[in-house]
Design a protein around this ligand. Structure first.
Ligand code: AMP
Ligand code: GLY
Length: 427
């Protein structure tokens, strides 16, 4: 079948790399893709929220399966757009509808969902501009640090951890009164701080059955030792040792099963990925957040560890037959190191020529493109996160060595990467 992947990051390049290996995959298209995906697929000059442009290409290229990489088109209703169009309604689409996407699109919605379905999470209350005074009283009642979360999508920047009450009150006013994150912070959750170790668990579901994919840990801050500004993600590793058998059983029983039955009880169909951000506190899982898509750069370590034919799993997801499948995880470790443009996540330059890209990467090394494009036959930088270099190995240490050997060989002016990815978990 002909397949379209929507998105242009390292996550989407990883999907393309994996799906291209499937005997079920005929022609592969990307909207819009990057310089890396152009070697595996046909890049279409169509934006991720250009639903009419996507429709035109789906029909023209006889596409039968669409994978939605990022959250924005899901929150904007791409599923409904397909379901309501007589010419598109039979196309398989991986990703939930608008209501399901609210698990990521609204932290207030997802918190209420977790409370309603007894899914363990931090205590929280939601406030608006009109309830600023009550919010201030609430801050006085709870211990610090205090977590403030903008309700809506804020490009991964909407969460503030405030060390004391004064800081929390100032930040709250910035968010509610001065709309620091625009519309996204018209509602703010004030949340209890969870002191523990973070990891993410990924689930593919057809709404009734599910497969739990390998877990991962990502590195969000720009600076080494987790300092500086938040980014989209500077690296990731899988497996994560703290996700032992007992812990994963608790995650399945208390979080995954309750989430899937919760969606069913609330009459929310859900075909796609659930990305569950967890904190392990005193041995037990608490949900920090849901995303309704795969993570980036977590995909770059999770997908290479899956032995299954991914297209086959997607077809089963769309047909409601995931119960017939089981997941086969390779007994290998995977790490990815993200190479970014100097200045990122603040201002950075685009258009710098990249040298040292391998024609064929060495065994157990994968070069995934993110912000790259081709300019007169030369690959140049085209975003903040430029490349993600995945290494595979029998241990995280071996995988990391492979990632870093390749990272050192690729250059452009002002490239930057963290040298400490995975260091805290290999010791
Ligand atoms: P989010 O955007 O929801 O992923 O939050 C960003 C980051 O803030 C998370 O990855 C955690 O490191 C941290 N965080 C969010 N909620 C809490 C919480 N309740 N307690 C401690 N840390 C949190
Ligand atoms: N790496 C975090 C995310 O994809 O949201």
């Amino acid at each position: 079948m002909n397949i379209l992947i929507i998105g242009s990051g390292g996550r989407e390049h990883t999907f393309a790399w994996k799906m291209k290996q499937s005997p079920l995959c005929d022609q592969l298209f990307m909207a819009p893709g990057n310089a890396g995906t152009s070697e595996l697929a046909t890049n279409l000059p169509v934006g991720v929220e250009d639903f009419e442009g996507i429709k035109k290409n789906v029909l023209e290229h006889n596409i039968k399966l669409v994978i939605v990489g990022p959250e924005a088109p899901l929150v904007a209703g791409i599923r409904e757009f397909f379901e309501n169009d007589p010419k598109l309604k039979d196309v398989y689409l991986i990703g939930p509808g608008k209501v399901g996407a609210q698990l990521e699109g609204s932290k207030d919605f997802s918190k209420a969902f977790m409370l309603r379905h007894q899914i363990p999470t931090a205590k929280a209350k939601t406030f608006t501009k009109d309830t600023l005074e009550q919010a201030s009283c609430y801050i006085d009642e709870i211990p610090s640090p205090i977590v403030l979360k903008a309700d809506g999508l804020a490009a991964g920047k909407g969460v503030l951890i405030c060390n004391d009450r004064g800081e929390a009150k100032n930040a709250l006013e910035e968010m509610l009164v001065h709309e620091k994150f625009g519309e996204a912070s018209q509602k703010v959750l004030i949340e209890e701080y969870l002191d523990g170790t973070e990891l993410s668990v990924f689930v593919l579901t057809d709404g009734k059955d599910y497969l739990i994919l390998p877990e991962a840990k990502d590195y969000k801050r720009i600076g080494e030792k987790d300092t500086g500004l938040n980014t989209g993600g500077m690296g990731a590793v899988s497996p994560v040792r703290i996700a032992d058998k007992d812990f994963m059983q608790m995650v399945e029983d208390r979080v995954v099963k309750r989430t899937i039955t919760g969606l069913q009880q609330d009459n929310v169909p859900f075909q796609g990925f659930l990305f569950i951000g967890l904190m392990k506190v005193k041995g037990e899982p608490y949900v920090i957040e849901y995303n309704v898509r795969m993570g980036d750069p977590e995909t770059q370590v999770v997908i290479p560890r899956i032995e299954n034919d991914l297209v086959d799993l997607f077809v089963a997801t769309a047909e409601g037959k995931l119960g017939e499948k089981s997941i086969k995880v390779l007994p290998r470790a995977a790490t990815t190191v993200v190479m970014v443009a100097g200045g990122y996540p603040e201002e950075y330059k685009k258009g710098d020529p990249i040298s040292g890209l391998p024609e064929t990467a060495p065994e157990d090394t994968l070069v995934f493109h993110a912000g790259t494009k081709e300019n007169n036959g030369q690959v140049v930088t085209n975003g903040g996160r430029v490349l993600a270099i995945t290494g595979l190995g029998d241990s995280l240490k071996e995988a990391l060595e492979r990632s870093y050997v390749q990272v050192e060989k690729i250059n452009w002016k002002d490239k930057y990467f963290r040298r400490d990815i995975g260091q805290d978990v290999i010791l």
